[in-house]
Design a protein around this ligand. Structure first.
Ligand code: CTP
Length: 399
């Protein structure tokens, strides 16, 4: 809970500003007092009236608004809060912060504050990737500014990549962490598998699949954000190691199993990896040459089933073992069968048929299958799936 905490929310220009309305609601639900500063560009996207209605407070805009200065100076405004949150943080505001400029109320409050500052960047992917933005961000981080996001995904401008503002629930968890509040899952140990596995055929070739690791990484990051002591066992994935947790990188299913066993005991295990079911029975020591007569057939051996192993780990079995079922037809029916076969507690069944863009894509449609029945979740981003799963885990474990 955030009871008694005061957040100064600075909203700069960007289409993501609409998500800040939701953030204000969530903050107030949790007992925080929210006061908003809206930049001139931010006011192009949300109105002061909406912010005032949701925050239940006056909204501050211009630095030289004499009424504001008479009621409360910018110094006091920035120091009255327990935390300053900039969401969305535009490329322009981040640049101003990095340079220490103070030409409007938002930048002045950010320069005058003696409190922690959390930024949720939101911008076009090229702007985000630009060396100038990255240098500004690095300078801010070096000064202790906290960040949340941005996430990867489709952008309002029609491009794709990093630059989408973090979801309100993620920002909320980052606010709790920034305020040093124990997350809902603090004290809990969690293990997550993610990504594909690569099973060598010879030193240069391998068996693999199309998993990106996005869903598993998002779940590990969300568990860590909510305070769980998290180990992520990741197969080869292009994704960076998420912050705030321990990542163990592996190649093969056998290595993944060994890393999972080494991470026990944990209270919660989530198997999101797309483990290769088969490996080459005899991986060649040297590159297979076709002029030596390539093997007519590849002899395969079955890989260990990590989800089943964790579900049957005897005294070391996590209290909650959660698996995924990637199906292309009869999704719920096959998910139910998988729950029984693997001996896990929950299955998140999802449709990975061609056209659904689940593999490598940014969203997922989940059917949560438990002993109690099936809960159909709407289509949502993989980050939202991760957040919802964390809430479900917290509720089930009575947190
Ligand atoms: N899984 C695992 N180890 C394996 C295979 C699968 O831990 N060797 C886990 C996955 O992480 C996922 C669940 O089992 O949580 C189901 O994976 P899926 O690929 O849907 O099913 P399979 O067990 O491979 O069954 P099938 O290929 O017959 O659908």
């Amino acid at each position: 809970m955030l009871t008694g905490k005061r957040v100064l929310l600075i909203i700069s220009g960007g289409i993501a500003a609409y998500k800040s309305l939701e953030l204000i609601r969530r903050l107030r639900e949790r007992g925080a007092a929210v006061r908003c500063v809206l930049t001139r560009a931010g006011a192009q996207f949300v109105t002061p009236l909406s912010l005032a209605a949701l925050s239940g407070d006056k909204v501050y805009g211009e630095l030289f608004d004499l009424t504001d200065e008479a009621e409360m100076g910018h110094i006091q405004l920035s120091r009255d809060a327990d935390l300053l949150v900039v969401a969305p943080a535009s490329a322009d505001l981040l640049a101003k912060m990095a340079q220490g400029r103070a030409d409007d109320l938002a930048s002045t409050a950010l320069l005058a504050t003696d409190k922690a500052v959390l930024v949720a960047p939101a911008m076009n992917v090229r702007m985000w990737e630009h060396a100038a933005t990255q240098a500004n961000l690095a300078a801010l981080k070096a000064r202790g500014v906290l960040t949340v996001g941005p996430n990867e995904g489709d952008m309002a401008c029609g491009e794709y990549g990093f630059g989408r503002m973090a979801e309100p629930q993620e920002i909320l968890a980052a606010i709790e962490a920034a305020l040093g509040l124990p997350g809902r899952l603090s004290g809990l140990r969690a293990l997550v598998t993610s990504g594909p596995t690569h099973e060598p055929i010879d030193p240069v070739r391998y068996i693999a699949n199309r998993s990106s690791g996005k869903q598993g990484h998002a779940i590990a990051a969300a568990l860590a954000r909510h305070g769980a002591e998290t180990t992520l066992v990741s197969g080869p994935s292009q994704l960076p190691d998420p912050p705030g947790l321990r990542t163990v990188r592996v190649e093969t299913a056998q290595e993944m199993l060994a890393a999972c066993r080494a991470a026990l005991p944990v209270e919660v295990a989530v198997c999101a990896a797309a483990v290769a079911d088969w490996r080459a029975a005899h991986a060649a020591q040297h590159k297979l040459k076709k002029d030596n007569g390539a093997p007519a057939a590849l002899e395969l051996a079955q890989n260990p089933d990590i989800l089943s192993e964790l579900s049957q780990a005897g005294g070391q079995r996590p209290s909650l073992v959660i698996g995924f079922a990637a199906e292309t037809e009869r999704v719920v029916e096959q998910g139910r069968a998988k729950l029984a076969r693997k001996g896990c507690d929950w299955i998140l069944a999802n449709d990975v048929a061609p056209g659904t863009a689940t593999f490598g894509g940014e969203s997922n449609r989940i059917h949560l299958i438990t002993a109690d029945g099936v809960d159909d979740w709407p289509q949502m981003t993989k980050t939202e799936v991760a957040e919802r799963l964390c809430r479900q885990i917290a509720a089930t474990l009575g947190r």
